[in-house]
Design a protein around this ligand. Structure first.
Ligand SMILES: Cc1ncc(COP(=O)(O)O)c(C=O)c1O
Length: 462
């Protein structure tokens, strides 16, 4: 029998600003029946987020049905790059639904053709073929499939190893989980495929050595020859920390892949569509991958994802052998087209760069204020990770501290999802790209106050 882990409502301070309003206990007593129903009927693995009942969301604010309003630093989970509830996107969804086509499987449709053309025309050479899917994990699965097919073609059956990174997250399906670098998440698999290996990610914090030599050395230590590798897959920044790799590391990796006929795959499920201050995250490195995956911010709303890549690789599966029931669903296509227009017309990548500069300056100041509790701050544009550590032991992740910071922020009307990364020690910040300077600064003030309160409470407890 599963045990109920429902929180008990308690008094919290009232908050009333332009961007935040908290006028009830937390969690809200009236919300308990909803929480109880989910607890009773849904698997417990779905739990773990702050108990905020999402009723509606607009711009960079989320509302519950009980009068509370949050300044959103989650974007759901980096979904709503164009902002929550965009009228342009909702309108496009409604218009497509009213037009009278809700689904068409892989039969051709004008709207799918239009979306494919728009996306591909935006991409640099040689990323000129696209496959629309539904989730990020599916795009990773297809990347693995295409990479193994390509490896077999250019190097025979032994060229099948997919190299990815320790602490990486690529999804929860069998292949994507094996490409992930978090051992606890793949315990259940039992017979791990030796054709997936991981090397340290050069984040400069958990892995101090950021040289490319570490990549080559680790592969050699694992007994993997370059001739056996079909692909190297990396998140543009690691989701668990928001850390980017050094530019020269990635440029050396690109050269290594070229030399060894290995595909370079950028998993941009979190990083694309302006999130990091450029339209595509890989632009930060001055390289172009062979395959790149998209999800989350692709529509700011409905489930749709895509993989874009080199035609010679994308076209390896024969006709009919790469498909999905909901590929290019017309309503999802309408949402993605409208989302793209909003992001480009409003230069949201530019806003992410401008607001990101302020955010990162504020977070560096936070780190300087709490050097015992914050090991590092990582990220670019409107994604940041604040890595919490044990006082006096910067190599030890402090998930409990990060958890308390997030929950206390939520009680003050600043919404974030539960901490991520190594032992849950990263407070992740990722507001919609439409956020204004005033709102961003207010969020930074709340975060700083909260760090001070949590640090003081912990100091008093020792
Ligand atoms: C980098 C990355 N790849 C893949 C995925 C999986 O995407 P989905 O949850 O849509 O399957 C995620 C999800 O968080 C992700 O962050």
């Amino acid at each position: 029998m599963s045990q109920s882990s429902l929180p008990v409502p308690r008094d919290v301070a009232r908050v009333e600003t332009k961007y935040r309003r908290i006028v009830t206990q937390f969690p809200v007593p009236e919300s308990l029946p909803v929480l109880e129903k989910l607890d009773r009927y849904e698997l417990r693995a779905m739990g773990g987020q702050p108990p905020v009942i999402w009723d509606r969301a607009e711009g960079f604010q989320v509302y519950d049905p009980y009068g509370n309003m949050w300044l959103d630093w989650s974007s759901g989970v980096l979904i709503t790059n164009a902002g929550h509830g965009r009228k342009e996107i909702a309108g496009a969804i409604a218009a497509q639904a009213e037009h009278g086509l809700l689904t068409n499987y892989c039969f051709p449709s004008e709207i799918r053709a239009r979306l494919c053309e728009r996306f591909v025309e935006l991409m640099p050479e040689p990323l000129k073929k696209i496959f629309l899917l539904t989730t990020g994990s599916e795009t990773v699965e297809f990347a693995i499939k295409a990479a193994r097919m390509h490896g077999r073609e250019v190097g025979g059956p032994s060229k099948h190893v997919v190299v990815s990174y320790e602490k990486a997250f690529h999804g929860r399906t069998l292949g994507s989980q094996q490409a992930g670098g978090i051992p606890a998440l793949k315990d259940w698999i039992g017979n791990l495929d030796p054709g997936f290996v991981q090397v340290p990610f050069p984040d400069g914090f958990w892995t101090r050595d950021t040289s490319f030599e570490l990549f080559e050395k680790t592969l050699a230590e694992q007994g993997v020859a370059p001739s056996q590798v079909c692909a190297v897959m990396l998140e543009t920044y690691q989701g668990g920390t928001a850390a980017f790799a050094p530019v020269d590391y990635v440029q050396q990796l690109r050269a290594w892949c070229d030399k060894n006929n290995v595909l370079l795959v950028f998993d941009e499920v979190q990083a694309a569509f302006g999130r990091c201050g450029k339209m595509w995250g890989f632009e930060h490195y001055g390289v172009v991958p062979d395959l790149t995956t998209w999800g989350k911010g692709i529509s700011s709303s409905l489930p749709i994802s895509a993989i874009v890549g080199r035609p010679d690789v994308m076209d390896l599966p024969v006709p009919g052998s790469a498909s999905s029931t909901h590929t290019g669903n017309p309503i999802c296509c309408a949402a993605a087209l409208a989302n793209l227009d909003v992001i480009l017309n409003e230069d949201l990548a530019g806003n992410a760069a401008r607001m990101g500069a302020i955010l990162h300056e504020q977070l560096e100041a936070l780190r300087a204020k709490f050097p015992d509790h914050i090991g590092a701050v990582r990220g670019k544009g409107l994604v940041a990770g604040v890595i919490c550590v044990e006082p006096g032991a910067p190599e030890k992740p402090n998930g409990a501290f990060a958890h308390e910071v997030v929950w206390n922020c939520v009680e003050k009307g600043l919404l974030m999802f539960a901490p991520v990364g190594y032992m849950g020690s990263t407070v992740k910040i990722c507001p919609p790209l439409t956020i204004t300077e005033e709102a961003l600064r207010e969020g930074c003030t709340v975060l700083t106050e909260t760090f001070a309160e949590v640090a003081a409470k912990r100091a008093a407890a020792v």
